[in-house]
Design a protein around this ligand. Structure first.
Ligand code: ZN
Length: 471
């Protein structure tokens, strides 16, 4: 690099730094209007990023104790959306958003992925209605990014089988939702004798809300003949990032300023290291947040090969979910990665992990239950090292009972009048009008009873073991 080049580069860097400072000052000014930050930012001067890094972190506990209105920095008349996330402790964090806040996030999502969000593309929007991405996907469609089917997966009126019906009937090509769902829908499709690759048009899965290691992404891609794109965000911070063609999760640096600080220190971590993910929102008017400790642990990655210079990370899971097994710290990401690899070698994508004091049990559904599970054991150890593991290969429908899912109740609009003179359902109560449970044949009832008996015997046996070992 010659002198002129290096001058330009440092000039660019300082301009970028100056832009960041301007954006951060705007966030501080807006955040100062909320009850949560009013006192802390009254006399704050921000001359450099070093000044910014001296501002104390905001914890989730502080968000919760700030109360329902604590983070709101805009007058209620300018707010159009209230979001709430319940933490693992059951306490809730409140977020207030303006129409512009939502639109900005949706625009960022659409502009980042023009090939999947474009006019005419049909998107099966399975994100739960309470979760922010559900609303961003709706907005993406309204901004010209396709046609959204609001089929949130926690609505009783769209159980899994109906979601598959909708995808097939509409010819949807994009699926947006939680990572587990494509695995469930693939099982349902197969149980109906359908081939998810040939018989269902879905070709892109836009997934977020749980760890999504590459082995699981590849599995979903093979199951569906589709591409997986990871999405990362939270109710409090909104969109944090999406993955590129190299499967790297890039931070949306126009929407947030992120820091990755040591697990036990307040120093930024190096490339390859794990740290706490600290987020400051940029341009959010409703509930701006300054140096929020998200509670997530991430690994900082080297610049991505795709050429996009924005920071890339691996989301390892929540700090509170880290578990220690035989002196080894394991994140949710690593446990799911290992279990998915173990399942993959026996050509399965349905698995469940049980952590016991003396070992890890990974239960895997397989249609060839006669196998030993040695290959799965080896795959698990290759990921987790030499810890005690037990692989349990179980018959199909033992972990994910597709038949049960397909027989979920039929849900109706509640009614208050039922005319028994007319054909159709003869009701005597509102609750009866809302739901109708399937009636089972004797054989179905027996099969389900046996399956649930097997599960409960297995879990009782493990519970007895647990009592003995902790005595
Ligand atoms: Zn990339």
């Amino acid at each position: 690099m010659d002198m002129a080049d290096s001058r330009t580069t440092s000039q660019e860097a300082s301009t970028a730094g100056e832009d960041k400072l301007v954006a951060l000052r705007a966030t501080l000014a807006q955040a100062g209007k909320s009850a949560l930050y009013a006192d802390s930012f009254r006399n704050l001067r921000l001359d450099s990023l070093e000044d910014f890094r001296k501002i104390p972190l905001t914890t989730r506990a502080e968000l919760q104790s700030a109360g329902i209105d604590g983070t709101r920095a805009a007058p209620i008349e300018e707010i159009c959306h209230y979001g709430v996330s319940s933490g693992t402790t059951g306490a809730a964090n409140s977020t207030w958003l303006t129409a512009e806040d939502l639109e900005k996030n949706a625009r960022a999502m659409r502009e980042r992925h023009p090939e999947i969000f474009s006019p005419g593309k049909i998107i099966l929007n399975r994100f739960p209605f309470m979760a922010a991405p559900a609303h961003l996907i709706q907005l993406v469609a309204q901004q010209g990014g396709g046609v959204s089917i609001p089929a949130g997966n926690i609505n009783w009126d769209v159980p899994f089988p109906k979601a598959l019906d909708l995808a097939i009937a509409t010819g949807a090509s994009v699926f947006a939702g939680l990572p587990l769902e494509p695995l469930v829908l693939a099982q349902i499709a197969r149980s109906r004798g359908l081939d998810p690759v040939a018989d269902v048009k879905l070709d892109t899965f836009f997934l977020g809300g749980a760890p999504l290691p590459p082995v699981l992404q590849r599995r979903i891609e093979r199951d569906w003949g589709a591409r997986v794109i990871e999405l990362y965000g939270s109710t409090e911070t909104m969109l944090l990032g999406t993955a590129c063609s190299e499967r790297s999760l890039h931070i949306e640096t126009d929407l947030v300023f992120c820091e990755i600080l040591g697990v036990d220190s307040d120093e930024p971590v190096d490339i390859g290291e794990e740290g706490r993910f600290i987020v400051t929102t940029l341009g959010l008017q409703g509930s701006p947040l300054v140096r929020l400790d998200t509670g997530d642990l991430v690994r900082r990655l080297a610049p991505c090969a795709c050429g996009d210079p924005r920071q890339t990370i691996i989301v390892l899971g929540r700090g509170v979910d880290v578990c220690e097994i035989e002196g080894k710290r394991l994140h949710s990401y690593e446990l799911i990665e290992a279990a998915a690899s173990a399942a993959d070698v026996v050509d399965s994508s349905v698995f469940f992990t049980v952590i016991l004091p003396d070992r890890l049990i990974v239960r895997i559904e397989t249609d060839r239950p006669g196998r030993s599970g040695q290959d799965s054991s080896d795959a698990l150890r290759a990921q987790l090292g030499d810890i005690r593991v037990e692989i349990e290969l179980v018959p199909v429908n033992s972990i994910l009972d597709v038949e049960h899912l397909s027989r979920s109740p039929t849900v109706y609009k509640p009614v208050m009048i039922s005319d028994w003179r007319r054909p159709g359902r003869h009701l005597i109560s509102i609750s009866q009008s809302m739901m109708e449970w399937p009636s089972l044949s004797g054989r179905e009832a027996l099969r389900w009873a046996l399956r649930s008996l097997r599960s409960s015997l297995r879990s009782r046996k493990l519970a007895r073991e647990l009592r003995r070992s902790t005595r």
